[in-house]
Design a protein around this ligand. Structure first.
Ligand SMILES: [Fe+2]
Length: 202
């Protein structure tokens, strides 16, 4: 056995937590009659952003599941103190074969999430999170032999039907890898909190 030191690694102040939830009651939801509009800068189309699509009766069961996920994320992952949360925006996105979505983040939201209505974990474009780099001064660009959570600035998670990911709304995300394996359909949403109190840090 080697007696060389092997430290215990602890991430300090990570950028955020992405949490995956599996819906045990996942079933295909008929999208018949929903109106989709093309997105600019992406090869996708989405339902209107002024419409909370989760209010549609066909999404009622899914809405209950996603609210349970949000409650877990807020209460057990971030341990936030608040009175109520609300899923304030929700919309459906469709990416065709070869579709992609440029990197972006969600404003007017604390927590965002995505649920895959239709996706193939092996072939659909994965969800990518990105840590933006900003340098206002010269900096050291040290190469790495292997990416770790301390050096990587991109991470991809598979788009899997029946799974949701929740993440902080300010984190950049998207899918720039062209989608494969047919249509990829997701439902995205934003969450706001009320009763968070006033806070002033000197
Ligand atoms: Fe998004």
């Amino acid at each position: 056995m080697s007696d060389k030191p092997k430290g215990e690694v602890r991430p300090i102040f990570p950028l955020g937590a992405v949490v995956r939830y599996r819906n045990p009651q996942h079933e295909e939801i008929d999208l018949e009659g929903l109106e989709f509009f093309p997105n600019s800068g992406s090869k996708t189309e989405s339902t209107a952003d002024r419409l909370n699509i989760l209010r549609e009766p066909r999404f009622r069961a899914l809405s209950t599941f996603l609210e349970e996920c949000v409650a877990d994320y807020l209460d057990n992952v971030y341990c936030y103190q608040y009175d109520r949360f609300e899923i304030v925006h929700a919309w459906v996105n469709r990416a065709p074969e070869g579709g992609f979505q440029r990197m972006h983040y969600h404003g007017n939201s604390v927590v965002s999430g995505v649920y895959y209505l239709k996706a193939d974990a092996k072939r659909s474009a994965p969800l990518i999170f990105e840590k933006p780099e900003f340098n206002s001064q010269p900096y050291l660009a040290i190469g790495v032999r292997e990416q770790t959570i301390f050096t990587a600035n991109r991470i991809a998670y598979p788009a899997t039907a029946g799974h949701a990911y929740l993440f902080p709304s300010q984190i950049r995300h998207g899918y720039e890898t062209p989608n494969q394996g047919g249509e990829r359909v997701s439902l995205a949403f934003n969450v706001l909190l009320s009763g968070v109190g006033s806070f002033y840090r000197l």
